[in-house]
Design a protein around this ligand. Structure first.
Ligand code: FAD
Length: 419
C-alpha cells in the first residue's frame, strides 16, 4: 500500500518503521525541519551530545522504547544513572525518592507521612483493571479522601494546579494513578540524546524505501495519492486539515483541552541545583512548576562543561508567557530562581538560555475520559488518527508513542484499501 504518515514524532516514525519493513510504500510529511516532535533535540556546536528541547528520560519499565532500542542495536548506549527527585516546599528542598524520604518528610505530621506512604504503596500495587474504574472520580477528591487534607494540600494540589491550572479539579484519578504506578526509581537516557534513536529509526525507514518530506505540512488534497493516511499530529491540526469532518466528531475531539509546554533551558556556568535532577515546585506563588537539571542526570562534559536546567511550565492557550521572549520570561523567573538558590544571579551565572514551546503537549483527562478518547478509526475511510490524546490512562511519553505507532501500523494494514 501507499501510506502517508503525518508527523515525524515518535508515533509517526514508529508506524513508518513497521510499515516500511513490511514493504509498504511510505511517505512521511513533517511540518518542521527535523524529526522528533515534542522529543526533538538540538545541539550547540561545541557540545558532543544533542539535548531534547523539553526534558526527557525513560523509566526502566518503558518496554516498547527499550525493546526498540535493542532492536536497533543501540542498547549499549542506554544507561540508567542515579538521580534525585525532590520537592521545593516552604523555601526548602526535600528529597522525595524513597519510602525513607516519605517517612522523614517533615512538613507533614508523622501520622500523615505514614498514611502517605501507605497510599503510595496502595496505588503502586493496584492493578490496571481496578485502577481504570478510578476514572469516574476526580484526582482531587480521591487524593483528599485517601491521603488526607494536609497531604493533599502540600503534596498534590500544587502539582495539579501547576500543571492543569483551571482544570486541576477536573482531572481524573486513573491518570494520577498511572503516574504513580509507572514511575520507577531509576531513570534512563541514551548516549548522544533521544535524537540518536530518532535518527536510527529514520535510517531504517529510508533503507526500506520510505521517504520523508520536511517543512511540509500535510494537506487533505494529498489524500488522493495514498491508500491510507496515518495522522499523528495533534487533534487541533487534524480538524484544521480536514474541515469537512462531521460536526459531532469535530466537537467531540475539540472538547479535549490541551496545555502547551513552555520550557526555558538555562545554560549556566555554575550549578543552580546541587544534586537534584527533578525538583517539583510545590509553591503556587512561583511562576513555574518544576526545575529539571539534565546535567544532574547526565555528565556535563558532553555539553562543554555547562550546567543545563529547564524551568518547566504547562500553560493554557492564550497565556501571556507564551508570547514572551526568553529574556522577558527569564526576568520573571529570575527572582524565584534566587529563592531556590540564593547565589543564582543572572549576570554571574547564566551564560545563555533557550526557549521552547511544545504545542498541545498535555491533554486534560476529565472524568469518564474513556468515552471521549479518540479512536484509530475516523469518519474518513482512509484516515487513521493516532495521537497523544489516545495515550491514556498512562501519561504521554515516547514509550507509549512507540506503542501507538506500532498499533496504528497494524490498524492500517487491516483497513480496506483505496479504490
Ligand atoms: C515537557 C515535556 C516533557 C516530556 N517528558 C518526557 C519524558 O521524560 N519521557 C518520555 O518518554 N516522554 C516525555 N514527553 C512526551 C513525549 O515527548 C511525547 O509523548 C512524544 O514525543 C509524542 O510523540 P508523537 O509522535 O505522538 O507526537 P509529537 O511529538 O507531537 O509529533 C507530532 C509531529 O507532527 C508534526 N505536525 C504537526 N502538524 C502537522 C501537519 N499539519 N503536517 C505535518 N506534520 C505535522 C509536528 O511537527 C510533530 O513533529 C514529554 C513531553 C513534554 C512536552
Amino acid at each position: 500500500m501507499k501510506i502517508a504518515i503525518v508527523g515525524a514524532g515518535f508515533t509517526g516514525l514508529s508506524a513508518a518503521y513497521v510499515l516500511s519493513r513490511r514493504k509498504h510504500q511510505i511517505t512521511i510529511f513533517e511540518k518542521e525541519a527535523t524529526v522528533g516532535g515534542l522529543a526533538s533535540g538540538f545541539k550547540h556546536k561545541e557540545w558532543q551530545w544533542t539535548i531534547e528541547k523539553h526534558y526527557h528520560h525513560w523509566f526502566t519499565n518503558d518496554s516498547f522504547a527499550i525493546n526498540l532500542i535493542k532492536e536497533l542495536k543501540l542498547s549499549q548506549k542506554l544507561f540508567f544513572p542515579p538521580s534525585v527527585t525532590s520537592i521545593f516546599y516552604g523555601n526548602k528542598i526535600y528529597p522525595f525518592n524513597s519510602p525513607n524520604d516519605v517517612i522523614t518528610f517533615s512538613p507533614l505530621s508523622v501520622k500523615d507521612r505514614l498514611r502517605t506512604g501507605a497510599m503510595l504503596l496502595y496505588l503502586k500495587l493496584l492493578p490496571p483493571s481496578l485502577a481504570l474504574n478510578m476514572e469516574n472520580e476526580t484526582a482531587s477528591n480521591w487524593l483528599k479522601k485517601h491521603f488526607g487534607e494536609k497531604a493533599f494540600q502540600i503534596l498534590w494540589q500544587p502539582l495539579l494546579i501547576g500543571k492543569f491550572g483551571k482544570f486541576a479539579d477536573q482531572v481524573n484519578m486513573a491518570w494520577f494513578w498511572a503516574r504513580i504506578k509507572k514511575r520507577t526509581p531509576k531513570l534512563g537516557y541514551l548516549e548522544g540524546g533521544y535524537h540518536q534513536l530518532l535518527e536510527r529509526m529514520l535510517e531504517e525507514i529510508k533503507a526500506h524505501g520510505g521517504e520523508i518530506k520536511f517543512n511540509t505540512p500535510y494537506t487533505s488534497d494529498l489524500d488522493r495519492s495514498f491508500d491510507k493516511i496515518i495522522f499523528t499530529a495533534p487533534s487541533f491540526a487534524f480538524i484544521k486539515t480536514y474541515p469537512s469532518l462531521p460536526d459531532p466528531y469535530k466537537r467531540r475531539i475539540a472538547s479535549i483541552p490541551h496545555l502547551h509546554a513552555l520550557n526555558l533551558l538555562l545554560i549556566t556556568e555554575k550549578k543552580l541545583l546541587k544534586k537534584d535532577y527533578w525538583l517539583n515546585i510545590n509553591d503556587r506563588k512561583f511562576p513555574f512548576i518544576a526545575l529539571v537539571t539534565h546535567t544532574n542526570l547526565v555528565d556535563k562534559k558532553y555539553y562543554a562543561g555547562k550546567n543545563l536546567t529547564w524551568v518547566g511550565n504547562y500553560l493554557p492557550p492564550g497565556h501571556p508567557f507564551l508570547k514572551m521572549s526568553k529574556e522577558e520570561l527569564f526576568a520573571i523567573y529570575q527572582p524565584f530562581l534566587q529563592k531556590i538558590n540564593s547565589n543564582f544571579n543572572d549576570k554571574l551565572q547564566t551564560i545563555n538560555c533557550e526557549l521552547f514551546l511544545g504545542p498541545f503537549a498535555q491533554p486534560v483527562f476529565f472524568t469518564g475520559y474513556a468515552k471521549l478518547k479518540p479512536d484509530f478509526r475516523t469518519p474518513l475511510r482512509k484516515v487513521i488518527l493516532a495521537n497523544i490524546d489516545m495515550v491514556y490512562p498512562w501519561d504521554r511519553g515516547t514509550n507509549y508513542a512507540i506503542e501507538l505507532g506500532f498499533k496504528a501500523a497494524g490498524e492500517a494494514e487491516g483497513f480496506p484499501s483505496a479504490d
